[in-house]
Design a protein around this ligand. Sequence first.
Ligand code: IMP
Ligand code: MG
Length: 196
Amino acid sequence: MSVPGIAGRTLLDAEQLASTVRQIGRSISSDHPEGVVLVGILKGSVCLVADLAREISVPCAVDFLALSAYGAGGTRIKLSKDLEADVAGRAVVVAVDIVDSGLTVSYVRRLLAERGARSADVCALLDRRPRRLLPVELRYVGREIGDEYVVGYGLDFEERYRNLPTLMVVEPDSLRSAHLAAPEGEVASVKGAPGH
Ligand code: IMP
Ligand code: MG
């Protein structure tokens, strides 16, 4: 499936996303018969969490946290929205859109360990290993990718394109110039991508 209005190539279409997420949901359910707390890292994991939660057949609580980057080059991370759930003694599955440097996931795993989670498995829809700075163990991975930028299905470029139903590989520079050439919202709506 190609999405009009955005130049790029489809990495996973809606059907491939559904079967990838279904497979992960099955694995989580068989690995954790006692149930899990599914923790999504906002905002990139929203589509993944919504779909994955419905593919998990064991007891499943859903919670979210948000992080923000700060410091030189955005290399430091702080919590900007905390969990509501008490994770002490519970099996947690962290859902993240993509693991790049590994900083985000390392931060979250440390936080969950400090809070006494019994386990903290990571589920990454995408794994971009060539750019890893910190080693992280990923238990559930949808797809490994190379050094390419991806939008759609929750992943953004400058807060756009999260609503695309497919995952697309794009050129950030060409998206940036498209943004500059058109007022806010115009690129996607004029060229026919879903509205923002
Ligand atoms: P990390 O801390 O470097 O592993 O960064 C992970 C976060 O960066 C992800 O949760 C995404 O929000 C964002 N990110 C990294 N690569 C991409 C991409 O290709 N598209 C959209 N967001 C990305
Ligand atoms: Mg982003």
